[in-house]
Design a protein around this ligand. Structure first.
Ligand code: GTP
Ligand code: MG
Length: 421
């Protein structure tokens, strides 16, 4: 007799019974799905059962082991493609006004009343699609690509008119330009400004409308008109106060994360940022400066290389620029020359906008060698800093405020309202 009191013969019998009770396939699936649960054979193994009776701990232990085996949840790397909260500064929108309701053709019907006359009502007008500037909206990201207005209701009998379709409002940020075939058709600069993007169709006429002296029983009624269809391009005049311009991997997104509450994706491969992100830097007296992280630009961007010249357009919409140079690469001054060349090729004078030059990654040993060489080649001061360690960020923040104050002053002199965020 074995030590645990179960004979080998008994064990074989129980095992055979288990095989009959639980089909093989089900067992395999169960064992794969819950590996911490002992195999069905083992469960009915008298040896195992005795062990369980002796100490109930193994079950709890297996749960604990399972939870230990699960790897700790790691913070997943942010991918730009998964980030939905990027800044949208231009949109193509297809708008269609609501259709008008059809007119009704019918005659008054009442007992003992012959020739009651026509009483078909008119259809309701279709609703307009209206663009409205709203100061609570910051970007065009909430604007969809297709809008269709509400239709008017058809006319009814007994001279009932159809209900007009409601107007459909599309909320856009103040400072939105509306373009149609490259022509500006509206400038929604102040909050509350409205522009009818698509007119709703007029409602059709009921047969009552056609009642005349020479025609006392008209049967004619007209259908409602179709709503207007238009393709409009919405563009923001200003995207942010400051725009960060730099080569891919220069550390623009890291810098925006360091100075503001924005959370653009950061990774060690080029072209991590595919869409602009805007972060707000807060100063004393509730002053806020908006800084945009713009996708990386390479030499030849104006010829559509890299991410193309679509991104140079974002730079155009920033009032002043922050050139971000990676100090750790060889000859960082060539980066600056290339960036200015590309901006100049895209639009003359763009590189001459008020700007600051930032030398990033000063924490790296190579940067400490390159920085004095870069500074020696430039008349303008370069701000050396590290977005990663936070070294010398204060100097950038002070310089940013100076650029902002100059911008407010210039706008004031020209009688324009500075962009308030
Ligand atoms: N050592 C060091 N590394 C940095 C610093 N700033 C950024 N990096 C690293 O540089 C890499 C690129 O940083 P990003 O912020 O994604 O660069 P980017 O300019 O936004 O790049 P794109 O989005 O591709 O244009 C990342 O691996 C960062 O960790 C810094 O100050 N010091
Ligand atoms: Mg980036």
């Amino acid at each position: 007799m074995p030590a645990n009191g179960v004979s080998k013969r008994n064990k074989t019998q129980v095992s055979m019974l288990t095989s009959r009770l639980v089909p093989t396939l089900t067992r395999v699936i169960l064992e794969r799905k819950w590996p911490w649960i002992p195999a069905a054979d083992t469960l009915l193994d008298p040896h195992y059962l005795f062990q369980q009776q002796a100490s109930p701990r193994p079950l709890f232990l297996s749960c604990a082991q399972w939870s230990n085996r699960q790897e700790p949840k790691q913070k997943r790397n942010l991918s730009e493609k998964k980030l939905k909260r990027y800044f949208v500064d231009h949109r193509r929108v297809f708008v269609t006004g609501g259709n008008g309701g059809n007119g009704m053709s019918c005659f008054h019907s009442e007992p003992r009343k012959e020739y009651g006359g026509p009483d078909g009502g008119d259809g309701g007008d279709g609703g307009h699609v209206i663009l409205k500037a709203d100061k609570h909206v910051r970007s065009l990201s909430s604007v969809l690509s297709v809008y269709r207005g509400f239709d008017g209701e058809p006319g009814g009998s007994k001279n009932c008119y159809g209900r007009n379709g409601d107007c459909l409002y599309i909320r856009v940020p103040p400072g939105t330009l509306v373009k149609e075939e490259n022509e500006i058709v509206a400038d929604l600069s102040q909050p509350g400004d409205e522009y009818i993007a698509a007119l709703g169709g007029a409602g059709g006429k009921g047969n009552r409308f056609f009642l005349a002296n020479d025609n006392r029983a008209p049967v004619t009624c007209t259908p409602g008109q179709q709503g207007q269809e238009r393709v409009l391009y919405l563009e923001l005049k200003t995207m942010a106060h400051a725009g960060m311009v730099g080569f891919p991997n220069a550390g623009k997104s890291s810098l925006l994360r360091a100075i503001s509450n924005a959370k653009p994706a950061v990774a060690s491969y080029p072209f991590t940022t595919l869409n602009p992100h805007v972060g707000i830097v807060h100063y004393e007296g509730y002053q806020q400066v908006a800084v945009a992280d713009i996708p990386g630009i390479i030499r030849g961007a104006h010829q559509n290389r890299g991410l193309g010249f679509a991104f140079l357009r974002h730079i155009e919409r920033c009032r002043f620029l922050l050139f971000v140079v990676d100090l750790s690469v060889a000859e960082p001054w060539t980066q600056l020359e290339d960036l200015k060349y590309e901006l100049e090729k895209y639009e003359e004078g763009l590189s001459q906008r008020p700007h600051a030059i930032i030398g990033n990654k000063i924490d790296l040993p190579q940067s400490k060698v390159n920085f004095p060489q870069l500074q020696a080649r430039l008349e303008q001061k370069v701000i050396p800093l590290s977005a990663l360690t936070g070294e010398n960020l204060e100097e950038l923040l002070l310089h940013l405020k100076e650029l902002y104050d100059d911008y407010v002053e210039t706008e004031g002199k020209q009688g324009r309202e500075p962009l308030n965020w």
